[in-house]
Design a binder for this molecule. Structure first.
Ligand code: AMP
Length: 193
């Protein structure tokens, strides 16, 4: 059966970094909706331009657009064995859509939902540093604050949703990258064995 891992965590918690490391170790593709939007924007597609009007404000791109893009990505052959989802789902509507997609297309369900937890002050500090290094357009202070608010309001409720289904695993993200990675690998191995 295909293995789908949903990586949760606030902006700046290290989801992307950890997902990239996991994809090599687990031989599963990282599917990051934010990266897909940014790639579209770089290529100046209509989807990219539309997404950017939301991204630059730190708002969520509309669900129907995001879900359709995710569906297309998961239909690629490299996702037949599963994927590491990074940045999706971001609200309950998307979580429902994901469940349906996995059941109907893959005859599968989510294997585990690791939540990389980091205190909010540490997050804001990390995001401001990332802004200086990577120059991401949505890493300015006002947008960061709005993304945090969107996370609290729309995405954080998913933690209780997945906890109720016994899928949530808490990971302390305020540690060196290698330690977080080792913890993730161990918990994923337990959940998928
Ligand atoms: P990220 O790289 O995951 O931090 O995402 C950057 C931005 O892309 C977010 O602030 C949103 O504007 C947009 N985005 C990424 N994933 C989603 C999603 N699942 N639903 C809606 N918008 C998203």
């Amino acid at each position: 059966m295909a293995t789908f891992i949903v990586l949760m965590g606030a902006p700046g918690a290290g989801k992307g970094t950890q997902a990239k490391l996991l994809q090599e170790k687990l031989d599963l593709p990282q599917v990051a909706t934010g990266d897909l939007f940014r790639a579209n924007l770089k290529n100046q597609t209509e989807l990219g331009k539309l997404a950017n009007s939301y991204m630059e404000k730190g708002a969520l791109v509309p669900d129907e657009v995001t879900v359709a893009m995710l569906k297309d990505r998961l239909a690629q052959p490299d996702c037949a064995k599963g994927a590491i989802l990074d940045g999706f789902p971001r609200n309950i509507v998307q979580a429902d859509a994901l469940d349906h997609l996995l059941t109907e297309t893959f005859n599968s369900t989510i294997a585990i939902v690791p939540h990389i937890h980091v205190d909010v002050e540490v997050l804001v500090d990390r995001l401001q540093k990332r802004a200086e290094i990577e120059g991401r357009a949505d890493d300015n202070e006002a947008t960061i604050r709005h993304r945090m608010q969107v996370y609290e309001e729309a995405t954080a409720p998913l933690l209780a949703y997945y906890a109720a289904r016994g899928l949530l695993v808490e990971i302390d993200g305020d540690r060196p990258i290698e330690e977080v990675q080792a913890d993730l690998l161990q918990r994923i191995a337990q959940a998928t064995s």
